[in-house]
Design a protein around this ligand. Structure first.
Ligand code: GUN
Length: 287
């Protein structure tokens, strides 16, 4: 069996088309959606991600405010910038690109973002709402994965899902989103025993390890007709790769995502969507 490619570029474009219409509608009301990004330090991958986010904003008419900070920025300097953006009524969404340099605390930083402007869904407020089935702003990569299931009509009801990631940005939000769709979710990580057997019994595998020296999801590890969502992206042997080789996995899977061109474009598209949601939230409250 050769499965169907889940094409992130195509699905992301359909999200972007909807966002563009929403932006046009907001502009007729005199509202100009604006996303502020904060990039700290010189991580080249992070710089590329932020550049792509700005480009996508421009495509749909969202204004951006770019903050590039020195690698030695202190916590109090960063806190001050976030405070000013929280208080700036022309800014609707705030994104602090992760990871942060080591002198900065990720939890302390993201917690300071106003929950109404939290386009990453990382504040305790928004993470808590998600866990209570009341989410408004959800982390972009997990909501992008859910959009892919929706687009292809992949039913999650009663499905066994193996999730290989437990981070705040990917694994934990996905766990809640999948559970809300009545999937049975097993969250695996570096200490999980018998991962191969667990994968072999899964209807759906969502993998986000991002280190080929530690982990590769091979066709032998999946059952015939499984759905494979590869969230990882890393450089390995001079190439950008996920946790699996798409060309091999698709021979056995019913659906699979390539890398690049799979989940990556969805993360950016959902950021645009969240910026519109955040714009509606803060402009409603401001009235
Ligand atoms: N670093 C990698 N992915 C993300 C993301 O979705 N949001 C932020 N803020 N940083 C990231």
């Amino acid at each position: 069996m050769v499965g169907t490619k889940i094409d992130g570029n195509v699905i992301a474009q359909s999200v972007k088309d909807r966002v563009k219409k929403a932006v046009e509608e907001l502009k007729t009301q005199g509202i100009n959606p604006c996303l502020a990004t904060i990039l700290i330090g010189n991580n080249p991958a992070s710089a590329t991600y932020v550049k792509n986010k700005h480009k996508a904003c421009e495509e749909v008419g969202i204004i951006t405010k770019d903050h590039k900070l020195d690698a030695n920025t202190t916590q109090s300097q960063l806190d001050e910038i976030i405070k000013n953006l929280n208080n700036d009524s022309a800014v609707h969404g705030i994104l602090v690109q992760l990871p942060l340099p080591q002198q900065l605390d990720e939890f302390a930083t993201t917690s300071r973002i106003s929950p109404l402007k939290d386009v990453d869904g990382l504040t305790p407020h928004n993470a808590g709402l998600l866990a209570m089935n009341k989410a408004i702003l959800v982390a972009c990569t997990p909501s992008g994965v859910m959009e892919m299931f929706e687009y292809h009509g992949i039913d999650l009801n009663g499905k066994n899902v193996v999730l290989i990631n437990r981070s705040n940005l990917v694994g934990k939000p996905l766990y809640h989103l999948l559970l809300q769709k009545n999937a049975t979710v097993l969250t695996c990580h570096s200490k999980t025993k018998n991962l191969t057997q667990l994968c072999q019994s899964a209807d759906i595998i969502i993998t986000a390890v991002g280190d080929r020296n530690k982990f590769t999801l091979t066709p032998e590890m999946i059952k015939e007709g499984a759905v494979v969502i590869d969230v990882a992206i890393s450089r390995f042997q001079e190439k950008l790769v996920g946790d699996s080789d798409y060309d091999k996995i698709i021979q056995k899977a019913s659906f699979a995502t390539p890398v690049p061109g799979g989940v990556g474009p969805m993360t950016v598209a959902m950021l645009l969507k969240n910026t519109i949601t955040a714009t509606s939230l803060s402009t409603q409250i401001g009235r």
